[in-house]
Design a protein around this ligand. Structure first.
Ligand code: ATP
Ligand code: MG
Length: 452
């Protein structure tokens, strides 16, 4: 993409309404624009990152054997009356009526709808296990939307639902989700720690939230410092080699996070924390919830008659769980975890463009030609550069690149070209090296091998 033809409305001023750094940077980098309280339009740069995250989620869900569907945003209230949640859900549910006076709602989650799909089409235990998921907009009429996309009213969420014959199978599905979520966050350059939590209105006792530690997080969390090391070690040891169908493989990873003390404030018990966890390993911190998994047994299947014929021919209610990833919130979480005073620093796995090209002397024949050549060479390799081809001073171009946070920048100017070199700069470390344009392309291609 050539910046002169792109739509990147960066802001010079720091927006006063934004209280935390990710919100400020998303507004300044022209990623989002508020449409109403807690509701945002996604501008090109933000939308690109959202799509990248969405792709990673799809890929990891597919790898775990889960099947993508798409359910509607507007739902009839009837199903929610069947489960009893129409009255229970409270004011976070946005309710409305259609022209015939039928009660409708904007989906805050979709257990009812997916259970209705299941009961309409699945009747035998032979069709299990089954996990269906979607990535879809949700609406919760949060009393205090804030922090930009972190606590919106409309937000983008992956929600998945497993249907299993037995509790044991459903717990395997739970563990499989735990592992697939660890992989998902790791590919986004994030460390999200599974911590035990309260299940809230979804119901059931088995639940983990995934927390990214950050001072601006809304949850207070309590954990044994070993859990962070274990979480890192697991990802480092290659979740890649695990077999998602193996109950043992999944259980082995999940065990770390059930046996180690890590809880969000809702279920924190100071007595247990103090008698279990040695003092030097006790940590109290703040975290951003980027996902949650639940096992809730037969709560919905019994209420809504979602049964299958078991091996003995008798109908049995299926065991279920649900699992969510806050896709739009993750963008805020990634920025909270990865920025400096100049702007965002995208992890390679989610960056909107793979690298920037800065032409120090736009209009100079040689510099323009060298940039064009770099641009085509990178594009031919399937990479997406953002070429700043505007007639602007170098300082302004660097500031824009730093703000929008592309992990690599190639700087091209007449002086370097005389010696046959361009400059390659790493956004994270600030380190630069001079190398031939061809070598720069090769290096960038190597960096993204296996990522892009
Ligand atoms: P929270 O405790 O932050 O209100 P939740 O526990 O109610 O979230 P879940 O039902 O677990 O949310 O939804 C799954 C994921 O969706 C959450 O882990 C979170 O990442 C994301 N999410 C929930 N509410 C919002 C929101 N208002 N804005 C953005 N993302 C959200
Ligand atoms: Mg939650």
């Amino acid at each position: 993409m050539r910046l002169s033809r792109y739509f990147l409305p960066v802001l010079k001023e720091t927006p006063s309404e934004a209280q935390i750094v990710s919100h400020r940077l998303m507004l300044r980098a022209g990623m989002i624009k508020q449409a109403a309280a807690g509701i945002y339009s996604w501008l090109p740069l933000g939308f690109k990152v959202l799509r990248k995250l969405e792709n990673i989620v799809h890929e990891e869900q597919t790898r775990a054997g889960h099947i993508a569907i798409q359910m509607p945003i507007l739902q009839s209230a009837d199903l929610w009356r069947e489960s009893g949640r129409y009255d229970d859900y409270g004011q976070e549910m946005l309710r409305m009526q259609d022209r015939h006076g039928r009660d409708m709602l904007y989906t805050p989650t979709a257990e009812e709808l997916v259970t209705d799909i299941f009961r309409g089409h699945v009747s035998s235990y032979k069709d299990l296990p089954l996990t269906l998921y979607q990535i879809q907009w949700k609406f919760r009429d949060e009393i205090r939307p804030r922090f930009g996309v972190m606590r919106g009213r409309e937000f983008y969420m992956k929600d998945g639902y497993n249907f299993d014959l037995t509790k044991e199978d459903a717990l395997h599905a739970y563990n499989r989700h735990l592992v697939s979520y660890l992989r998902t966050y790791e590919r986004m350059g994030l460390q999200a720690i599974p911590m035990r939590a309260d299940s809230g209105p979804i119901g059931g006792d088995n639940t983990h939230e995934f927390l990214v530690l950050a001072d601006t997080g809304e949850s207070e969390v309590f954990y044994d410092s070993d859990v962070v090391n274990l979480s890192l070690a697991n990802v480092g040891n290659g979740l890649d080699s695990l077999n998602y169908d193996s109950h043992e493989d999944m259980q082995a990873i999940a065990n770390f996070f059930t046996s180690t003390y890590a809880r969000t404030d809702e279920t924190h018990d100071p007595k247990i924390f103090e008698s279990q966890v040695p003092e030097e390993r006790r940590r109290v911190a703040r975290g951003i919830e980027v996902g949650q998994i639940f096992y809730f047994g037969t709560k919905y299947s019994e209420a809504m008659g979602a049964t299958v014929q078991g091996p003995d021919g008798k109908p049995v209610p299926v065991h279920m769980g649900s699992h969510g990833i806050g896709v739009s919130r993750l963008i805020g979480a990634i920025i909270e975890a990865s920025h400096d005073d100049k702007g965002i620093i995208w992890p390679e796995g989610v960056t909107p463009f793979h690298c920037g090209i800065v032409n120090l002397k736009q209009g100079d024949e040689e510099a323009d030609a060298a940039c064009d050549k770099l641009y085509s060479a990178l594009t031919a390799l399937g990479l997406e550069p953002l070429y700043d081809d505007r007639k602007e001073r170098a300082g302004g171009k660097f500031a824009t690149m730093d703000l929008i946070g592309l992990p690599w920048r190639i700087t091209v100017g007449p002086r370097g070209l005389k010696n046959g070199v361009v400059e390659l700069t790493c956004r994270r470390t600030g380190e630069s090296e001079e190398l031939s344009p061809e070598a720069a392309v090769t290096k960038i291609a190597e960096i993204y091998e296996g990522i892009a």
